[in-house]
Write a protein that binds this ligand. Sequence first.
Ligand code: PMP
Length: 432
Amino acid sequence: MQSYQIPGPKGTAVLDLQEQFLSPSISTPMPLIWESAKDCIVTDVDGNRYIDFTSGVLVTNTGHCHPRVVKAVQDQAAILLNCYDSAHPLRSKFVEKLASLMPEDLKRVLVLSSGSEAIDAALKIARVSTGRQEVIAFDNAFHGRTFGGMSVGGMVGSKAGFGPLVPGILRASFPDYYRMEGTEEEIDARCLANLETVLKTQSTGSVAALITEAYQGGAGSIIPSKRFVHGLRDFCKRHDILLIFDEVQASFGRTGRMFAFENYEIVPDVVVLGKGIASGLPTAAVVARRSVMDGLKRGSLSSTYGANPLSCAAGIASIEVIQQENLAHRAEVVGKKMVKRLNEMKERHRFVGDVRGMGLALALEFVKDKQTKEPDPEFTQQFVRELLQAGLSAMAPIGRFGNVVRIAPPLTITDELADEGLDIIEGVLQRH
Ligand code: PMP
């Protein structure tokens, strides 16, 4: 196995300069100093090459710098960069394209610049549409860093010190089959029953919406069952509450379908999109039922950069690439193969407590002891650093206990490269 000195001399200089001026608030960076990336290979400023298992942060589903996306952005950059809320052909085409992918009457699209901004917009839309204010959100959820996003978020990390939060957030339990007691069915039943209790004990009778991630990413890629998500859909219908599906990191082929809600065979009322939507151009969107979004007043929700021409160009090209290269299907096929190998590693290696995955959104959870399931954040930190030194770009650990490593290569990854990356993972595990 190769062993890079990381960061190298050029990388160290970049880091030194950054340290002097960049806000310390950004998330813990990995010591890989990116210079360029092409498809599934990243090159750092010292010339080292890595297989990418990050897609940035689940953004470049189409592969880094896909030629069609790059060309679309370059062509558009040469003729128009900004026109604020004025119409332009690519905006019309982009919203039409997004709407055409959605079922039922989910045909109204608001284009914005970041996932957090889109979450805030979804919460505002729910208030206006229902005339109610409260929102049910889950323990350990992550929905972004705006006031709305962090208020519905259920982990302390992104909100510590930033209060007071938006009022009217009611807290419910999300199923974690690895860590909760009981069978999947029992856990689902308990969590769904808990929702009824939340209504009876926490609400003032003014619930507008329930917001859920398609799978809980920040909490450690915790994937709910189809049964649980059906239960959510049913609960929202019975109580006349909007179901907001946060797919910011789960859509555009990542989970093996264009949109993650398709895996669960339900239709939400509001869908929040981001990350993979435009392969790296800062873009996000809220798609809602016509009946939900049509009550908004003109001028009440928009932004300087929402639906800017570059985002629309990149968004249209990304969707076309995902469709024409059949990337959702590819994510499903490659993801299954990778999960199989990762599960074999779990049998052989004492630190691997759990393997989870949906398409190419995969995760490994590390524990000190498989019986007690005591989290092992120290090993997890060491593990991702060793992966990097061996030529595999991995994201910094996440999860409630900092003991989960996400594996999320671009959906264009070949079987051979996926295997090479897994060989590196296995090689590092074998050392311990
Ligand atoms: N929701 C989810 C589920 C996310 O994963 C993220 C980003 N990690 C966000 C919202 C916030 O998106 P952004 O960082 O683009 O504001």
